[in-house]
Write a protein that binds this ligand. Structure first.
Ligand SMILES: [Zn+2]
Length: 323
């Protein structure tokens, strides 16, 4: 597949039918897979009878491509069970937003999506949050080898806020700092992230055990005492002492890789998204971690990979607003 650009995507997807067919090619590169029973087969493609058009409940013509499973006999479309399911936004628009979020290094703000694609701001925000949910890095495989780990604090200090900052008016809002921990494979660049209220030895230990094959891995950190206990489960632990001005040693490249990730994240939140609530920070981290982990891929490959992560990650509006 040639690498996509907004221009080639626009040439390829000129209507809803094209959008469905394109999503099918991404989700089912070989044959359609029934989302109900998981069987891959030459399922029946349902063309409307008598050459008529399929109409929706409101009477407008539907370009939705519907399949029927040869095994369980249930109907499905390429949207079934994905983050796109049940949305009123045209699939064409979804795919463009999906592409932008996969290819823009700093992400794209919801208000810019709203302006560019003519959707309501609330809808744009919901779309971006759904796509971020697909980018979540929980439940992915374990990392091994050189593991670089660090933590950071986000959210900013109230004393640094501009005199006119609206957050000043809201008492008790956004004043709590948030912590994020990240670990990154020094070998592949794959990253795992987590937002926590407090960074403790136990938090660090849980994060490592969940994401890393401990006995096969070497941990690289700064000299924070947090890592001392858990590092005993690992093959080795190399420390750089930042207080002593030490950033690399003969054993370790230090924690630069994670620090660079955090500084890009912070710049982007300040520049693109301005203020991120604690509730949604986890999703922003996922978005950045996803693009960082896949930096070797082309935009098309990244989009295909993300598409493969969308089934089962359907997110409805309610848990989002409740956060
Ligand atoms: Zn089936």
């Amino acid at each position: 597949m040639t690498n996509l650009t907004i221009r080639t995507l626009a040439m390829r997807i000129t209507n809803e039918g094209d959008a469905y067919a394109y999503l099918e090619s991404l989700r089912w590169p070989e044959k359609p897979v029934c989302p109900h029973c998981g069987v891959m087969n030459d399922h029946y493609f349902l063309t409307p009878a008598n050459g008529t058009d399929r109409v929706t409940r409101t009477g407008s013509i539907s370009e939705r491509r519907v399949w029927k499973c040869k095994d369980c006999r249930k109907q499905f479309s390429v949207l079934t069970g994905t983050i796109f399911h049940g949305s009123k936004v045209p699939l064409q628009t979804w795919l463009f937003v999906f592409f932008e979020m996969c290819s823009n290094k700093n992400g794209i703000a919801a208000r810019e999506i709203a302006r560019k694609y003519g959707v309501a701001p609330k809808t744009a925000w919901f779309m971006t949050q759904r796509i971020r949910e697909a980018m979540a890095n929980d439940g992915l495989g374990k990392l091994s080898g050189n593991i670089v780990m660090d933590e950071t604090y986000l959210g900013g200090k109230p004393e640094n806020w501009h005199a006119n900052d609206p957050r000043r008016a809201k008492k008790g809002h956004s004043t709590n700092k948030m912590a994020a921990i990240a670990l990154i494979s020094g070998d592949t660049g794959e990253i795992r992230t987590k937002v926590v209220t407090n960074v403790t030895g136990t938090v660090v230990q849980d994060m490592l055990r969940m994401n890393v094959t401990m006995s096969d891995s070497t941990l690289h950190t700064d000299s924070a005492p947090l890592y001392r206990t858990v590092s005993k489960e690992m093959a080795a632990h190399h420390v750089v002492n930042h207080h002593a001005g030490q950033y690399v040693t003969e054993f370790s490249d230090g924690t630069n890789k994670v620090e660079n990730f955090f500084s890009q994240l912070k710049r982007s939140i300040d520049g693109t998204h301005h203020c991120v609530s604690k509730i949604h920070l986890e999703r922003y981290l996922s978005e950045f971690a996803f693009r960082h982990s896949t930096h070797d891929l082309t935009d098309t490959e990244r989009m295909t990979l993300l598409m493969s992560q969308t089934p089962g990650r359907r997110l409805s509006y309610r848990p989002l607003t409740l956060g």
